[in-house]
Design a protein around this ligand. Structure first.
Ligand code: F6R
Length: 369
């Protein structure tokens, strides 16, 4: 059942190109328009939405954090992403013009379910993004967009995360399309770019041997830090979460701009710091800022592990280890930048003798609050 792999996690990492392609399948028509059959919320209602609230837990929450950037950019609708376990306890402001998006691989996560019930009680519309047909969360939602990752067995989420991102981008693009924002041309071009992502994920997977080697060399470290900016920030959080749950190491993700507000005090000789670098194209101001962050931490002795777009020569001199990823549109970068972090965590866990598919104290679906 593991298809020749030692662990389900390795199999599921390898299945990501297919999972991404399957999640896109049949959802974009010949004219480049999105057709989301399963969205049963009428376009007229979606045009009236004045706020989007995303609720989720763990890895799905990180997908939601990335979705916020995409939704606000392409739709100009204010969007917030909230941990499902915090959501209803802060008495959130919800009404029939609020679209709540609940993201869950299993469809059974109690925190997420309670959050969506609360949202519906307040009259908000709920769209579920879910990987499990007929599970509780989609059944209790107004609409569902299924991710087609196939069953995910390993406790640590990998392929489900990538497909959650795809689904979030589709929702963002669809909302943008329905509402006819000024980004119409960009939306069409991003739809085209999305169809190339599966091949790019495949390319990343083919170049992972140095990442595995690097992971093995860090097996005796206590701490690994992760930095990112813009959509790279949630990617950093996700890299840290994977390392905590699989390698049982102290791992923390930071927004790179926050370094000087505290975390830089943690930088000492030889601490591995993984930095997710935004594309030098597009938001190039951010790129330059992160390059200077890398210089700062390196000057303090950090061992810099840099994930950057292929051909990004500006970072090369400051990278102790350079992990190159294909160029993508700025907002889509998490689809390729996350993959090396999954491989990294999986290999570190193996090197430390941990049970990769069944990390201690964790369950695949958390059906208690
Ligand atoms: C991390 C992980 C968990 C889940 C979280 C939500 O690798 O697997 O953080 O992402 O428990 O689960 P779902 O998506 O099933 O609601």
């Amino acid at each position: 059942e593991k298809g020749g792999y030692d662990y389900f996690m390795l199999k599921e990492i390898a299945e990501q190109p297919k999972a991404v392609a399957d999640t896109l399948l049949g959802r974009i028509d010949a004219a480049g328009s999105l057709t989301l059959d399963e969205v049963r919320i009428p376009a007229s209602v979606l045009r009236e939405v004045d706020k989007v609230v995303i609720v989720a837990c763990g890895t799905a929450y990180h997908a939601g954090l990335i979705a916020k950037y995409a939704i606000e950019h392409w739709t100009r609708i204010p969007c917030e992403t909230e941990l499902a376990s915090e959501f209803r306890y802060r008495d959130p402001i919800l009404d029939p013009r609020t679209l709540v998006v609940a993201i869950s691989q299993s469809g059974e996560t109690m925190d997420t379910l309670m959050a969506l019930r609360h949202a519906r009680e307040q009259g908000a519309k709920v769209l579920a993004i879910c990987n499990t047909n007929g599970s509780t969360i989609p059944r209790e939602s107004d609409a569902v967009l299924y991710t087609h990752a196939g069953p995910e067995v390993a406790v640590a989420s990998t392929k489900a995360f990538l497909t959650q991102l795809v689904a979030c981008y589709l929702v963002a693009l669809y909302l943008g399309q329905v509402r006819g924002t000024k980004w119409g041309d960009e939306i069409l071009s991003v739809i085209r770019d999305l169809s190339e992502i599966a091949g790019e994920v495949e390319e990343v997977l083919e170049t992972m041997e140095p990442v595995r080697e690097l992971a093995r060399s860090l097996a005796d470290k206590n701490t690994v830090l992760f930095l990112g900016r813009h959509v790279g920030y949630p990617v950093a959080l996700e890299g840290a979460l994977k390392l905590k749950e699989l390698a049982y190491m102290h791992a923390e993700g930071f927004a790179a701009g926050e370094l000087k507000h505290g975390p830089i005090a943690l930088i000492e000789r030889d601490v591995p710091v993984v930095v997710v670098v935004p594309s030098p194209r597009g938001r190039s101001v951010l790129h330059d800022k992160i390059v200077s962050n890398i210089q700062e931490i390196r000057a303090r002795g950090a061992r810099t592990i840099v994930i950057a777009e292929r051909g990004d020569e500006a970072v090369r001199p400051y990278a102790d280890h350079l992990i190159e990823i294909p160029a993508t549109p700025v907002l889509l970068q998490p689809l390729v930048a996350t993959v090396p972090l999954q491989v990294f965590a999986c290999e570190l866990a193996t090197a430390r003798g941990n049970e990769v598919d069944q990390p201690r104290n964790l369950a695949k679906s958390v059906t208690v609050e």
